[in-house]
Write a protein that binds this ligand. Sequence first.
Ligand code: GLU
Length: 596
Amino acid sequence: MQPVTRIGARFTTWTCKSCRDALRGQHHAARPNVPSRFFASTRKLNRGNLPDSPARTRFAPSPTGNLHLGSIRTALFNYLLARKTKGQFLLRLEDTDQKRTIPGAEERLYRDLQWAGLEWDEGPVINGPYGPYRQSERLSSYHAHIQGLLQASKAYRCFCSAERLDDLNRRRHDKGLNLGYDRKCADMPVDEAEQRAHSGEAHVVRFRAPETWPRYRDLVYGHTGHGEKANKKLYVDAPVWEDAILIKSDGFPTYHWANVCDDHDMRITHVVRGSEWMASTPLHIAMYAAKEWTPPLYAHVPLLVDQNKQKLSKRNFDTDIASFRDKGIFPEALVNFAALLGWSHQQKSDIMSLRELEQSFDLKITKGNTVVSFEKLRFLQEQHGRRRISAGGDYLEQLIRDVAVSLLNKEGAAKIAALVGKRNLRDVVASMLHAESLAFSSPLDFAEKCSIFVTPPRRPKLDIEDSQLVKELHIAASTLLFVPESQWTQATHSENLKDMDFHGPDADPKSKKKWKGQLYHYLRWALLGGVPGPNIPQTMEILGRPICVDRIQRAISESSQESKQRENMSTRPQILKTATDASTWSAIKSEATAKS
Ligand code: GLU
């Protein structure tokens, strides 16, 4: 008879149904019964389901592909939970499916995690007290752990051939029945099974599934699991059981067995993983119960979907971490983006660095599928770009180099040399990056935005008609050019523009303000052809003195000509209005001849 199942000190003592029946004098079947609902634990959790003791978490990828957005989010949540609770974050390679292992995937995984800043405390490369951290190097431990289950008949060796199992399943499938195993080998005497195994006969080791799968309390989804009635259907026709394979015929463990053994051996307290694993969790919990081990707490995170609610996959988006990196996305922007996928925080702002996330993280994770909006990533990239620029240092210098390369590629060296003049390219690009209205998302995109400085503007007709005002603006614009090269900075121009006034101290402040607005408007027209961009002092610094002198002088001559033409036109229509007879026409003609 099974003892009263005591699932570790963290949980209340629980008596399974069969044991309760046994206590009432009923027969107890010799198979591992799993406590249903034993996860209704009294374990204390803070707000947002945070434990009050250090959490040991792990990221357990299989080296079968590249790290993508969903997996970096899983890694991140595990990492943040460990950091927030001052625990440890482990990396474990689940490489027991040797056929699916891709050469080079392991190294790419390390590179991507390190790029994102998710340094592990224990794991491959650095090792640790519970290593090795590659499952293919832990085979002896899976075999050692299975012995106890075999002896207690909680697992058994199955010698059925693949053909027999295929045939069994095909017949059930044709009848529309659930698939499973008919337990042909389940009651084979242990001696016989051991002997056949010893003589090298091909076989697998199966878990003897409990009568009912346990339910458990998920930290995100609450009470969940298969529940008691879930496998009733299995008993239609000849009965079959969901006796999962733990050890395959090649001697390697399955994912389920290795995962459970390792989480136990590595003292994992919390498992944060994708909701696609939720269906396997009752099996995992049943295995813990069979071993009388304390299971970790589980937090399943919701699926990532696109705007059409379709699962995010390679087919609709390239979400490989490497592709974000190649596009110039900052690791802190991607990590910030991944953190917001399903996690609802209480901070004032969504913009958080990894350090800030470490401080504010909790397990308040939403249950519904998470819609991924790449607009949000763009926003976060711009915000983190702004942070990098204002912080200065190496990050800024790297940004400057990247933008300089993109500008040179896009515009060609001659145009860039003309813009830079006697200055150095580094300083010009730095001024561009400091212009707040030019949000940085990638070097290429930024170089695109900076075209307005490189290509001389095509000015439309100036839309200021008052010639007196135009004359004032000419004087004001020319005055700005008196600044010598050595003081040609945004600060000097800001100061000069602030002081510029054509109205005297007693003038009406409203009309002063209006006039200043017209001056800015005029200067933007003169310097950039009127296109939006950074403010005028910043624009003047970026363009440099010679270009500003050239553009403002040309603009003054264009706008003077336009004013003159307008003056001529404004007298002509008045005469034309009355020019109804030949005598008036000749008067206009002679006036025009006299003028010229
Ligand atoms: N190896 C599994 C994966 O690649 C790990 C699942 C888990 O975290 O338990 O997703």
